[in-house]
Design a protein around this ligand. Structure first.
Ligand SMILES: [Fe+2]
Ligand SMILES: [Fe+2]
Length: 169
């Protein structure tokens, strides 16, 4: 069993949220309203699961291990952590709804772009290196750390909400 499956599972939910956020952002910018409650559901998912579970799995478990075992990736971890801070503050602005619907839509679209690019980079670059490089002992330490932060039932947004905002191919 690999070290980072929990993160890859999280990333599926994160990418769905980014997709839904993009769809809602387009509507808000065009002056249309998402379904009642959907935007606040997204904000709650971002704040409770993405920020308080997923980012903390990376910031408190993954990055410290990567920094100590693979020091050449230290600045990469710092950069990814800075992305988390930027995403947190963008979501803060979405939650505050400052500047009205159109501005909220623009900020939400920026959050979605950032989160998507960030997640792709972790999947394509960082996690494969971690999988190849950490020995079994560190791997177990990482997996145990992730498991301590499990939040069953919070990992994904409801499927009907996600489907509502899928852009047809
Ligand atoms: Fe991250
Ligand atoms: Fe991530």
């Amino acid at each position: 069993m690999g070290c980072t499956e929990a993160l890859t599972r999280d990333h599926e939910g994160v990418m769905e949220a980014a997709e839904a956020a993009t769809g809602m952002a387009v509507m808000l910018v065009q002056g249309r309203d998402p379904e009642p409650g959907d935007l606040s559901t997204l904000v709650i998912y971002a704040r409770t699961f993405i920020e308080q579970v997923h980012y903390l799995r990376e910031e408190e478990v993954l990055f410290p291990v990567v920094k100590s075992r693979l020091p050449h990736l230290s600045s990469e971890c710092d950069r990814l952590k800075a992305d988390h801070s930027r995403a947190r503050s963008l979501m803060e602005r979405v939650a505050a709804g400052e500047g009205g619907a159109q501005q909220t839509g623009e900020v939400l679209a920026e959050w979605a772009r950032l989160v998507r690019a960030h997640t792709r980079e972790e999947e394509a670059y960082l996690l494969p290196i971690v999988e190849r490089s950490l020995g079994p002992e560190r791997c177990l330490q990482v997996r145990t750390g992730f498991a301590r932060m499990d939040r069953p039932g919070r990992e994904r947004m409801a499927e009907p909400l996600v489907r509502r905002y899928l852009v047809p191919a």
